[in-house]
Write a protein that binds this ligand. Structure first.
Ligand code: ATP
Ligand code: MG
Length: 504
């Protein structure tokens, strides 16, 4: 009997393969970073072949570290950076262009063109999303309009589109030799093309975008057998049985299965997901409506989501672009050299502002500067930006749901930062709780796959695996919290409208 499940976490900065046992504990991990390609201001790309090669390699790393073979693995789950668009040729198996990453803003003119008729909320009732550069739809349009020969090939049915889950699935199941072209409802819900009720591609929206349906993957549930791994892989003959976009996977890994449960992930960006059960809730406060998960033929679960584009990425920026620190962890040491932000506020609107503002005309700003401010204050302001942005998203969730959250489950790379987590509890005014297994993204994908093949029997079994590791409780005075929030909101307004005819 196979005792383990493997999850492939194809993320924004790296690809990981993590093997889990039945208790949901990590047995081994493989991980490789891939290049972040920035050809121009606002453009962010990945090489899909590098991603696929890294995926193969990290599977090998995870298996060999634990001294396991495919016979020990009951199923494969896939989770992925969402919205990042890959377009490849079904006759060669090769991408026609680099993957256009979710943070990329090059498609603003396409967004403006589509919004000219009906505004940015033109398709929101059907798909739950405003028109924005963030989602995959306009990225596909950009490739069709700008890559030589792409439009003709697409019209001839020769091109395939997928987010990186589909790209990995197609390759793992054999690629040119019968690869499966599919995605799950959570990833499909980030394209702008899937109807939230029918869970099918919407022909009218596809016509408005001028994207041929023949390019699109089949939409399946998040937990079922999509195919088996091809003979050329170390995992040959193992079923691939779970797919969830990374943020939904983290929600699933946190065992937030029921209506009213939520989690917040602190990675490259931050993503707060609030489970609304089987009901589709449309936000009045700048949140997205998205799929939470769908298990086989069961009814789908929906969610409200507050997406923040830049949180951990600001720490990377201080490291890579300014050289202020040499590793992400160092930001905490630097921040602790001072007692507070010294009056400085850093609004990292590098890709405009996502939730709850959705202002694509915003750009980053560091305000409140005086000669007093030093790099310690800037490090602190950078960390605080994550907490303030999260507070604004939580306010939106509470306003939409009408029932304020009484605590928040967290995960992701930034939660290693104690100073940030304490400040987060202070600014939210509710406890912040971290589980023992912080790799919730991979765990969620493993859970979805394991459920489909009977490795785990029920959601209750998974709930029983969740264990609290640490908890931060609010300590700041009401008055100080409100003063800081007021200043933050003032700082945010300074970023609005920066992009005009002189700045694109
Ligand atoms: N101690 C720390 N303090 C602050 N930020 C940190 C710390 N450690 C890591 N980070 C930040 O966390 C982020 C990485 O977290 P994580 O691996 O969860 O990201 P991710 O978005 O899931 O990436 P991927 O998409 O590649 O999986 C980076 O942006 C990094 O700068
Ligand atoms: Mg991740």
């Amino acid at each position: 009997m196979a005792q383990y499940v493997i999850a492939i976490d194809q993320g924004t900065t790296s690809s990981r393969a993590i093997i889990f046992d039945k208790a949901g504990s990590i047995v081994s991990t493989g991980q490789l970073e891939h290049a972040q390609i920035f050809p121009q201001a606002g453009w962010v790309e990945h090489d899909p072949m590098e991603i696929w090669n890294n995926t193969r390699e990290v599977i090998g790393q995870a298996l060999s570290k634990a001294n396991l073979t495919r016979h020990d693995i009951a199923a494969v789950g896939i989770t992925n950076q969402r919205e990042t668009a890959v377009v490849w040729d079904r006759t060669t198996g090769l991408p026609v262009y680099n993957a256009i990453v979710w943070q990329d803003t090059r498609t603003q003119p396409i967004v403006d063109r589509l919004a000219a008729d009906g505004g940015v909320e033109r398709f929101k009732a059907q798909v739950g999303l405003p028109l924005a550069t963030y989602f995959s739809g306009t990225k596909i349009v950009w490739i069709l309009e700008n890559v030589e020969g792409a439009r003709a090939k697409a019209d001839a049915g020769q091109l395939m589109f997928g987010t990186t889950d589909s790209w990995v699935l197609w390759n793992l199941t054999g690629g040119l030799e019968g690869g499966v072209h599919a995605t799950d409802v959570t990833n499909a819900s980030r394209t702008m093309f899937m109807d939230l009720e029918t869970l099918q591609w919407d022909d009218d929206i596809l016509a408005a975008f001028d994207v041929p349906k023949s390019m699109l993957p089949e939409i399946r549930s998040s937990s079922e057998v999509y195919g088996i791994v091809n003979e050329h892989s170390l995992l040959r003959e193992v079923p691939i049985a779970g797919i969830l976009g990374d943020q939904q996977a983290a929600t699933f890994g946190q065992a937030a299965f029921d209506q009213g449960e939520a989690k917040n992930t602190y990675g490259t960006g931050n993503f707060l997901i609030f489970n609304t059960g089987t009901e589709i809730v449309h936000s009045k406060n700048g949140l997205l409506t998205t799929l939470g998960y769908k298990l086989g033929t069961d009814a789908p679960h929906y969610a409200l989501e507050g997406s923040i584009a830049v949180t951990g990425a600001l720490v990377q920026w201080l490291r890579d672009n300014l050289g202020m620190i040499s590793s992400s962890e160092e930001i905490e040491t630097l921040a602790k050299t001072v007692d507070d932000n010294g009056g400085a506020y850093f609004v990292p609107a590098f890709s405009g502002l996502f939730a709850p503002y959705w202002r694509s005309d915003a750009r980053g700003a560091l305000v409140g500067l005086t000669r007093f401010v030093n790099k310690g204050h800037i490090a602190r302001a950078a960390l605080e930006a994550t907490a303030f942005q999260t507070r604004e998203v939580l306010d939106a969730v509470n306003a939409d749901s009408g029932v304020p959250l009484t605590e928040i489950k967290v995960d992701g790379g930034m939660i290693a930062n104690n100073t940030l987590m304490q400040f987060q509890a202070d600014i939210l005014g509710v406890p912040v709780v971290r589980p023992v297994v912080a790799e919730t993204t991979a765990l969620g994908a493993a859970y979805a796959a394991g459920l489909a093949v009977g490795f785990w029997g029920s959601l209750d079994e998974l709930r029983a695996n969740w264990q609290e590791d640490s908890r931060w409780t609010p300590q700041m005075s009401e008055e100080e919290k409100n003063r800081q929030l007021r200043n933050w909101k003032k700082a945010v307004t300074k970023t609005f409208g920066w992009v005009d005819e002189d700045v694109v």
